[in-house]
Design a protein around this ligand. Structure first.
Ligand code: ADP
Length: 351
């Protein structure tokens, strides 16, 4: 119990810090906008003043020149504008004007670029802060619920003498919770390893074996789901790290099940395409809106909001999948299934 209070306290402090952080980012954003707006207005004002000053200088210089020439008998107002002295003053005035406009435009372009970069950076930071907050909320839930389940089972064992079937049922529930925790910890470790240059253990593998074994264990784990598969027999081997490839298949299949609401049907296809092995995992679930398709591979990214979302998860699965696929020089695409649902298309080059 103490551990729980402590853990909750830590999480509370962490989340409060996240909130403070987003608050700080908002303040920084407002401050930056004011600063940029001030610099922009000041720049425009100084450009205007310099331009005005240049015009005044020109007028004064012309007036002075006229004064010196007026005593001269040869002074002629009509030809004054063609005199050497006038043209020299005009040339200087024009070059000053060009310089002011050029400098103002350069400054304006650089400043606009700066504003754009700062805004982009701040927007990224805000998104990351929101995703981290979501991740903390989800991970707390993901840790808490299986632990609570296991504790309940152990409490029941301690307090009651159960019949054999009840005992077996509760044990199997607790083992499911252990599996859930294990999966979560594996994903967290894998994500951390991938970020710190993972040492891939490459060997020649037959993807069909990995997929068949994973689908079999998924069938046992999710008897309510209809898994169908279609695997080509002429598959060439790929050079890959077997554990991480297993993670790719597990994460994609778990997602296909998790995001299938009413019609729980998952189809797995493996085919040989020129020098690539292609894995297609299709479900008939809720689907992914087009504008989210690029974002779902980002770390901690989950569609929707943690406060309202009902599915469990951490937003790490697809980040791990994409990182592994990339490390194996493969590619991953997501597209809509028909009439509804999602298809993840992964391809690995042959060894
Ligand atoms: P998690 O499932 O833990 O939230 P993932 O990184 O595996 O994290 O997935 C990111 C998001 O992509 C999910 O939150 C979900 O909204 C969406 N998603 C992933 N797979 C599917 C799928 N098969 N169908 C619909 N949405 C999906």
């Amino acid at each position: 119990m103490d551990l729980w209070v402590h853990l909750n306290f830590c999480i509370f402090i962490f989340i409060s810090n996240q909130d403070t952080m987003s608050g700080k980012i908002t303040k920084t954003r407002i401050f930056t906008f004011f600063l940029m707006a001030y610099v922009l207005i000041a720049c425009t004002w100084w450009t205007f003043l310099l331009h005005k000053k240049n015009n005044e200088n020109f007028a004064v210089n012309i007036a002075l020149l006229k004064q010196t020439k007026i005593g001269d008998n040869s002074f002629n107002e009509a030809t004054f504008h063609n005199t050497q002295a006038y043209l020299l003053i005009e040339k200087k005035f024009n070059s000053q004007r060009r310089m002011i406009i050029g400098e103002a435009m350069t400054f304006f372009i650089i400043l606009s670029l700066g504003i754009w970069l700062v805004t982009k950076g701040i927007r990224k930071e805000v998104a990351l802060a929101r995703q981290q907050r979501n991740f903390l909320l989800s991970i707390t839930h993901e840790l808490k619920s299986p632990l609570a389940g296991i504790k309940l089972v152990l409490d029941t064992f301690k307090k009651r003498d159960l019949k054999k079937e009840q005992h077996t049922k509760l044990t199997s529930n607790a083992l499911d919770d252990c599996d859930r925790l294990n999966e979560l910890v594996n994903n967290l470790l894998l994500a951390a390893k991938i970020e710190n240059e993972y040492n891939w253990q490459l060997e020649e593998i037959n993807l069909a074996n990995v997929v068949t074994n994973t689908v079999d264990s998924m069938k046992q784990k999710h008897p309510e789901v209809l898994f169908t598969s279609d695997m080509a027999v002429d598959l060439k081997p790929i050079k890959a790290d077997i554990n991480s490839i297993q993670s790719v298949v597990i994460n994609l299949l778990e997602n296909a099940v998790k995001y299938s609401d009413s019609s729980k049907e998952v189809n797995v296809e493996l085919s040989q395409q020129k020098n690539n092995v292609m894995l297609n995992i299709a479900d008939k679930g809720v689907g992914i809106p087009d504008q989210e398709k690029n974002k779902i591979f980002n770390k901690f990214y989950r569609i929707g909001n943690e406060d309202t979302r009902s599915t469990k998860g951490t937003g790490l699965g697809l980040f791990i999948v994409k990182s592994i696929v990339k490390a194996h020089n493969g590619s991953i695409f997501v597209k809509n299934n028909k009439p509804r649902g999602t298809i993840f298309q992964v391809s690995f080059p042959n060894s």
